[in-house]
Design a protein around this ligand. Structure first.
Ligand code: LUZ
Ligand code: MOS
Length: 746
């Protein structure tokens, strides 16, 4: 049974803003920069301090520890002190008796800026040398020596836009004063330990003074991997100064304006092919719009480079990526973490190659798919590679060739309505590319009535990790699911947690739970042996077996026996993914425990008079290993796919001089139920994965990239109308952009 479903469907699941409000609780509102770049000449909070209900106005001067929240690079102030670098950057926090009073007082803060020139285009930033960190280059083979051997050389540019996470629950936090300097934080974060660590630094206290507790999130998608921290820190500071509980819950518009999104990228590429369409070389330069501070940008840039070749083998590769500093809200983690941007470019290059060589793109794709033992540009070789298998299965299952002929026929007969089709293979590496993050802890208690309590570092954000962990524990202990409860994620129970991210929440935490449960089982078997005498003891379906024969001893009796013998019924375990490493000097290594493969066929229809379109159907063949829970995994494939389609088609961030003007759902469009295609998901059979818990595979991110297929299916349909090869590779392909293309209006 899904642990989540019943309370969710009854509306009973508690999120931060649903918690019973503690007595004397205060509310915080954030005062943010209204200019994209400038010096703060004067900040006057006196009038705001006197506003009705205001208890405290926090500025940088009130920070007792360090005014710094940068994780990888310490380049981001919690509250801007002398300078602002983007619109929406927090400068002050008003803490008041009610939310309305806190918000009302915002307009009483007076600020004078000296404006500085602002940059929004990553290519312009790169030209000026404005990088948040050094560039990175991955190399394989010898690109320069092969251009002469190429029958065709494809040169182009691809641009992809950012993306708003639009988690249903906006950024929220509630902090409570505890005893003796303790501050208890309820935070909607993917990374409780990061919140704990940052707040300790900001307050100048030890981490053990800060307790962070996370019950569940109403979605995150990467948007709460790093960017949940400032709101929690504001609450903690509020507690420090007022001694009262403090809550912050961002409004939707504030959240959209003040938090980072998926990184926009702009890329130049050169692809070389032989006369049969075999790719000989890829050379490319990726300009990442990093925003004003590093946040996770350098890790995201790295993952882009890991995925530049998507699921193809390319023997000669030279790719460089630049993290460009601009005056926009720092861009951050978002499902796929830079990989979708890299894989989009690869598909653009192949699509252009098909246009220029006349070889169908599906033929080019198939010819170049990874096979067992092929090397990636970062040195790792494929193992248990399912690229070809998933591609041929999706071609077969979707009846691709037949569909293609039907579509061509339809397009001949219809002048203004055109259909299109595409295939999108994916290959995604599982593990944090920062090797040390690949660790997770679990704490398992068996109470003396036989019920079980499990704490891990995993954060439930709707992805079903608690359900998966519960079933791992039930299978390892061989007891009923009903006996098991998954606790909140709490830094006092499981310390030093990595963010729940990188599609590895269930992999890492599930494995830690399995290890902890095995420790307990070993102790229990000893107890049973002592009682029953010789013969191999096993525990199956809540009963003790001796030499394969069921005994009278039940789970509950065994637990009570162990308890009375004073045997430890609790276990703590750490799992650290073995065998992975990456050398950033050489840019070579084995950063991933394994890869996830899959392929999708997408069908679309375009109304060529209006530029409108529908995404009709997507057929997916996905490699989920041995799925831990098929319903959850199908949900992840569908959700990821639709989110990916949204990124490629209708989700458009528009800025006016650094101010996001698509900052609400009237102007920022995301796929809804009516936009959603018919989706057919099949999991590869016999695709066990020895590299993860119970032969499963990470599921969170890989399916996002099937959405890229929608872009190329639309291109396919549009070109049937235009009948030429002129195309600008720029996503999102909004209805507006498509209309302008169809009728040659630039
Ligand atoms: N977060 C991170 C991630 O810190 N490192 C990663 O490699 C990663 N990959 C995907 C999503 N989040
Ligand atoms: Mo993520 S993009 O796995 O937080």
């Amino acid at each position: 049974m899904n642990d989540l479903t019943p309370p969710h469907t009854r509306g009973e699941s508690v999120f931060v803003d649903d918690m019973p409000e503690p007595r004397l609780m205060l509310h915080a509102a954030v005062f943010a920069s209204s200019i994209a770049h400038g010096k703060i000449k004067n900040l006057d909070i006196q009038k705001a301090e006197k506003c009705a209900g205001v208890v405290k106005v926090l500025t940088a001067k009130d920070i007792p520890g360090i005014n710094q929240i940068g994780g990888i690079i310490q380049d981001e102030e919690l509250l801007a002190d002398e300078k602002v670098d983007f619109i929406g950057q927090p400068i002050a926090v008003i803490i008041a008796e009610t939310k309305e009073q806190a918000k009302q007082a915002l307009s009483s803060i007076k600020i004078d800026y000296e404006k500085l020139p602002a940059i929004f285009d990553p290519r312009v930033a790169a030209k000026k040398g404005l990088l948040i960190a050094h560039s990175r280059t991955f190399n394989l083979g010898d690109v320069d020596s092969v251009w002469d051997k190429c029958a065709s050389i494809i040169k182009g540019r691809a641009d992809s836009g950012g993306q708003e996470h639009l988690y249903l629950e906006t950024q929220s936090s509630l902090a409570l004063p505890g005893e003796n300097g303790r501050i208890i934080i309820y935070s909607s974060t993917q990374s409780p330990s990061r919140v704990q660590n940052t707040i300790a630094q900001v307050l100048g206290c030890d981490m053990n003074a800060i307790e962070v507790d996370v019950k569940r999130l109403g979605g995150a998608f990467g948007g709460k991997e790093d960017q949940a921290t400032p709101w929690a820190a504001f609450c903690a500071l509020g507690v420090l100064y007022t001694g009262r509980p403090v809550k912050v819950v961002l409004d939707r518009q504030e959240d959209m304006q003040m938090t980072g999104k998926r990184h926009p990228y702009s890329t130049d590429y050169v692809l070389g092919l032989d006369k049969d369409g075999k790719i000989l070389a890829l050379s490319a330069e990726y300009y990442q719009n990093s925003g004003a501070c590093a946040d996770l940008s350098t890790s995201i840039l790295e993952r882009t480079l890991f995925h530049v070749t998507n699921s193809y083998y390319i023997p000669n590769v030279r790719v460089s990526a630049y993290p460009c500093k601009t005056n926009l809200v720092p861009f951050t983690a978002f499902r796929g973490f830079g990989a979708p941007q890299g894989m989009f470019v690869m598909e653009c290059a192949l699509s252009q190659a098909a246009d220029e060589t006349g070889i169908p793109v599906s033929v080019l794709q198939e010819k170049n798919l990874l096979k067992e033992g092929d090397q990636f540009p970062y040195g790792m070789k494929t193992e248990n590679c399912h690229a070809k298998r998933s591609f041929s299965e999706v071609v077969q299952d979707s009846k691709y060739e037949e569909l293609k002929r039907t579509i061509e026929d339809f397009n001949v007969k219809n002048r203004f309505i055109k259909k299109g089709i595409s295939i999108m293979p994916i290959c995604f590496g599982i593990s944090f590319t920062t090797t040390f993050l690949n660790q997770a802890g679990a704490l398992v208690h068996v109470y003396n009535d036989g019920s079980v309590s499990i704490s891990t570092g995993a954060v439930e954000m709707g992805q079903g990790v608690n359900t998966k962990i519960k079933s791992i524990a039930a299978r390892t202990l061989s007891i009923k699911l009903e006996r098991i409860r998954i606790e909140s994620t709490n830094t006092t129970r499981v310390a030093n947690t990595s963010p729940t991210a990188a599609s590895s929440g269930a992999d890492l935490n599930g494995k830690a739970v399995e290890i902890a449960c095995e420790i307990i089982i070993k102790r229990l078997k000893n107890v049973a042996s002592e009682k029953l005498g010789n013969g191999i003891i096993t525990i199956e379906d809540e009963s003790v077996y001796q030499a394969g024969i069921k005994t009278e001893v039940t789970w509950e009796e065994l637990i009570m026996l162990a308890y009375k013998k004073r045997v430890n019924l609790s276990a703590q375990a750490l799992y650290a993914t073995p065998g992975i490493y990456f050398d950033r000097e050489k840019e070579k290594g084995e950063p991933f425990a394994y890869h996830v493969f899959g392929s999708a066929v997408t069908e679309v229809t375009v109304d060529c008079l209006r530029g409108t379109y529908t995404i009709d159907k997507v057929h997916v063949v996905h490699d989920a290993g041995k799925s831990l829970n098929e319903l959850i995994d199908i949900g992840q494939v569908e959700g990821g796919l639709i989110q990916g389609i949204g990124w490629m088609t209708i989700e458009e961030l528009i800025y006016d001089n650094g101010k996001l003007i698509t900052d609400n759902l009237a102007t920022y469009k995301v796929p809804d139920l009516r936009f959603t295609p018919k989706i057919n998901v099949k999991f590869l059979e016999d695709a066990d994965n020895p590299a993860a818990v119970l032969q499963s595979k990470g599921i969170g991110e890989p399916p996002f990239m099937y959405g890229i297929g929608a872009y190329f299916a639309l291109k396919n349909a549009a070109q049937a109308f235009r009948k030429d090869k002129d195309w600008r590779y720029s996503a999102p392909l909004t209805h507006e952009k498509l209309l302008l293309y169809l009728h040659d209006m630039k």
